[in-house]
Design a protein around this ligand. Structure first.
Ligand code: FAD
Length: 819
């Protein structure tokens, strides 16, 4: 039998090798139009940076070796021009001497792959514009880098090849900007997962332009190129790499009259046979079935190409093998992060109108106490009977292994109930007794068994406040990282003793950083008769998704080895804290505890393997009034140096160092006085701001705290002095007196009477209105401690807070009062 193979890389080479093993006597000829066969196209981006050092490492084998080992006739630089199906011949052009010749076949296998899309836009033919798909294209980029020493690059397209190219150019020292038409990179990921990738890319200095497209390329005045985008950006660059997708190389098949679907993929049956039974096709050029939807799809990945090549070879040799279809499993390295996915994502499930639910968990890659533990952000999409439809995961390590387990489970038609029970290998350096796969299975099964209901991250902002109460069960210290102003904060350990503060006529959305403690809260509440729901994935997801894509820009605090801020204040003492292996909020709580013990000016260097800590520490220092001296991310570890206090208060609050200082329109007021007239003035002003839609924060300190006291006695533990103090001070708004003309109570009564006569709200009514309008009432923790006032004695909705919280709110305000 004479078998001809068109294309000598993933699908073609694997088919040829397999065919030889099952058909020793066949004549097998591979035609490859490029100069190399069986090269590692997946490794190409890594040679740009030198991660794969030698170019030769990409040349997995040679035509000569294939001949020696497998008795294959490998013809490089030979382009197949046409197929004569009737006479079973092909026409081939020898590209080295432009000679055409014919070759006959008994069976023909097409594995021509796909070609990068180059849009017909002005300037794409500029010599500094590249695609990366094969060795000659890699050589062209390397030559450009060598001769032009580029400093700035633009990568167009945020798929996995675009990201790999961008990362490797950054590693090479270039300033890279990535332009992507969608509002996210990596289309297989759901938006909130991709948002974490965005944050990670930005932390490594990549500038993202999402929701923007390439419009044209001009010759720049100070740079080689000027890249114009649809949104109007003109980005100077010294080179541009296009990676906006691939198009199947199916002209040969189409011209021969083989069936090709409208997008250009060659139609094949499960035996990889085209509409002509003597012609097989595999790889990027073909359309195959999705195992999950049963519908035709396509997947340009090496694994399916190579497996299809093997199956086609078996069938050519007379066996009867079928390709089951694809589920879509992929993985990519994005600097320190691994992003992997399998199966269908939210968009695909919605398009296919398949009912589904999803759950998000954060768990350790291996035992938290073993060095190097890091967090895996895991999302599972599943059906009403527990069918597993897809999964996505992000993390520093162990991500690929977990996604592969889910991919296997999908192939084996397993359910989320099987994931709960999977017995996976465990020893501290490798996993946990409850593997992340088990945990995501538990979480999904909990939903299906009715133990918990999950609210998704994108439903968070649409909740009707009349029907829902947001309950934040994090520790108050965590509020400094992200505060949810319209939420009631009762930390999980306090919840059982504070159930009486919760409404029974509303749904209660429980939330914490990751969704785990809030799940525990849901269980407590549901067993106490409350209607509680869990925010799956927690506030970590709110943190990454809340900023609109278009405002994303180079991080304010790029990760460098240089100090981010330099202060004259010399560190007094330098401490080290190891928070590696701790999951969010562990690192922030450790930092908080250490900083609390330190003196002003002391410095702590903290290391964490939770990559989200990089953003958290930035927000935390900003809102607590401490100083982030520097921030680095390397080898899956975040290292931050934090100085206690503010060496230069204005700069340290972030105003001086931000490129475009943002000073808000909001109001911050310190209410020191506990006198009726001053309290009325404070609330008139606050309500005025609130009525204009602006935020108002009132920080009550010393005598001002009395305004907030509940009128009725509250059972709290106090010592004798605290009791005496409490007894002497006015209990709440009704008991306040005027600062002047009190006249043994007559003046105060007169004012109240006049207010009533002129229909002016009383002070308690003003306070109620303020709270309803979202005015934030903060009670100074330090004053409370000094005066022996407990938070339980203050009105509902008042938050205990430190000066740092007030200072953080002041940065967003341009109106500050002290009353
Ligand atoms: P190819 O491997 O592209 O081979 C097709 C060959 O056919 C080409 O060499 C072409 O020159 C030749 N050819 C075409 N027409 C003719 C003709 N008329 N005559 C003769 N020869 C012809 N996949 C993954 O799964 N993981 C990864 O990490 C990954 N990384 C990648 C990184 C890069 C930079 C690129 C470009 C691809 C990557 N891929 C990855 C995709 C993967 O390489 C492809 O899915 C796979 O190679 C497809 O195999 P194929 O045989 O269909 O096509």
């Amino acid at each position: 039998m004479k078998v001809l193979i068109v294309g000598g890389v993933a699908g073609g080479a694997s088919a040829a090798a397999r065919l030889r093993r099952v058909s020793e006597n066949s004549e097998i000829i591979i035609f490859e139009k490029g100069p190399y066969v069986s090269f590692a196209n997946c490794g190409l981006p890594y040679h740009l940076s030198g991660t794969i050092k030698e170019r030769e490492q990409l040349l997995v084998t040679s035509a000569e070796d294939l001949h020696k080992l497998l008795n294959l006739d490998v013809r490089t630089n030979q382009e197949v021009l046409s197929i004569d199906r009737e006479n079973k011949t092909i026409t081939v052009r020898d590209l080295l001497n432009q000679r055409d010749y014919a070759e006959s076949y008994d069976k023909l296998l097409l594995s021509p792959g796909a070609s990068p899309i180059v849009p017909p836009l002005p300037g794409v033919d500029h010599e500094g514009v590249f695609v990366l798909h094969n060795i000659p294209e890699l050589d062209a980029i390397l030559e450009w880098i060598k001769t032009h020493q580029p400093k700035r690059a633009v990568v167009v397209g945020g798929g996995f090849i675009g990201l790999e190219v961008a990362e490797n150019l950054v590693e090479l020292g270039l300033k890279v900007e990535l332009v992507e038409m969608l509002n996210q990179v990596m289309a297989p990921l759901d938006y909130e997962m991709a948002a974490e990738v965005h944050e990670h890319l930005e932390m490594h200095g990549l500038e993202l332009h999402l929701g923007d497209g390439l419009k044209s390329i001009e010759t720049g005045s100070e740079s080689t190129l000027l890249v114009n985008t649809s949104s109007g950006l003109n980005i100077p660059a010294d080179m541009l790499v296009l990676s906006i997708g691939v198009r199947p190389n199916s002209n040969l098949a189409k011209d021969a009259g083989l069936e090709v679907e409208p997008r250009g993929h060659i139609c094949v049956n499960s035996r990889m046979q085209t509409s002509d039974p003597n012609i097989y096709a595999v790889g990027d050029a073909v359309q195959i079935d999705s195992c999950l939807t049963g519908k035709p799809t396509f997947l340009a990945l090496a694994g399916p190409a190579s497996k299809q090549g093997r199956i086609a070879a078996d069938n050519i040799a007379g066996r009867d093998m079928s390709f089951r279809g694809v589920i879509g499993t992929s993985v990519v390295k994005v600097f320190d992060l691994t992003a992997a996915s399998t199966g269908l994502n939210t968009r695909q499930l919605k398009e296919a109108q398949i009912p589904f639910d999803s759950v998000t968990t954060f768990s350790h890659n291996h035992a938290g106490y073993y060095p190097g533990a890091s967090q895996i952000h895991f999302k599972l999409l599943f059906g009403p009977q527990g069918q597993i439809y897809g999964a996505q995961a992000l993390g520093v390590s162990g991500v690929d292994k977990r996604i592969d387990v889910i991919a296997t489970a999908i192939h084996g038609n397993m359910t989320v109930f099987d994931l709960e029970e999977l017995e996976l290998s465990y020893a501290p350096p490798y996993g946990s007794a409850r593997d992340p796969v088990n945990i995501v299975g538990f979480a999904a099964a909990n939903i299906l068994r009715g133990d918990v209901e999950a609210l998704q991250w994108d439903q968070f902002d649409d909740l009707d406040a009349d029907k829902w109460l947001k309950l934040d069960v994090r520790y108050p210290e965590e509020q400094a990282v992200l505060s949810i102003p319209d939420a009631l904060n009762i930390s999980l350990p306090e919840l059982r003793s504070r159930l009486n503060e919760l409404p029974r006529d509303k749904r209660i959305l429980c939330m914490c950083s990751t969704g785990q403690r809030s799940y525990f809260a849901v269980r407590i509440l549901r067993q106490n008769g409350f209607d509680a729901v869990n925010l799956t994935g927690g506030l970590n997801i709110q943190k990454t998704t809340r900023k609109p894509e278009k405002t994303m820009k180079q991080p304010d605090l790029p990760l460098t080895t240089e100090p981010v801020q330099s202060f004259s204040a010399e560190p007094k003492v330098e401490y080290q804290v190891d928070a590696c292996g701790l999951q969010c909020p562990g690192p922030i709580l450790k930092l908080y505890t250490k900083v609390k013990e330190m003196n002003d000016g002391d410095v702590v260097q903290i290391k964490a393997t939770d990559l989200g800590f990089a953003k958290d520490v930035e927000a935390w220092t900003k809102s607590t009034g401490n100083t982030l001296l520097d921030l680095k991310m390397a080898g899956g570890e975040v290292t931050a140096r934090v100085q206690k206090g503010l060496a230069n208060p204005v700069e340290s609050l972030g105003l001086a160092q931000l490129p475009t200082p943002t000073v808000g329109k909001d109001l911050t007021m310190v209410v020191f006085s506990g006198e009726l007239d001053k309290a009325i003035a404070a609330f008139i002003i606050a309500n005025g701001f609130a009525s204009l839609g602006q935020k108002a924060t009132l920080f009550f300190t010393f005598w001002g705290l009395n305004i907030l006291r509940k009128p009725e006695p509250v059972a709290v533990k106090k010592n004798f002095v605290e009791k005496m103090f409490g007894w002497m001070m006015p209990k709440g708004a009704e008991k306040l007196t005027l600062s002047q003309m009190h006249m043994m109570g007559a003046g105060t009564a007169m004012i109240k009477g006049i207010m009533k006569k002129y229909n002016v709200d009383s002070l308690p009514e003003m306070i109620r209105t303020a709270q309803e309008n979202g005015v934030r009432l903060l009670a100074c923790q330090m004053s409370m401690d000094l005066m022996g006032i407990k938070i339980e004695e203050l009105m509902d909705g008042v938050e205990a807070a430190g000066v740092a919280t007030m200072a953080a709110s002041a940065t967003d305000s341009n109106t500050h009062y002290f009353i």
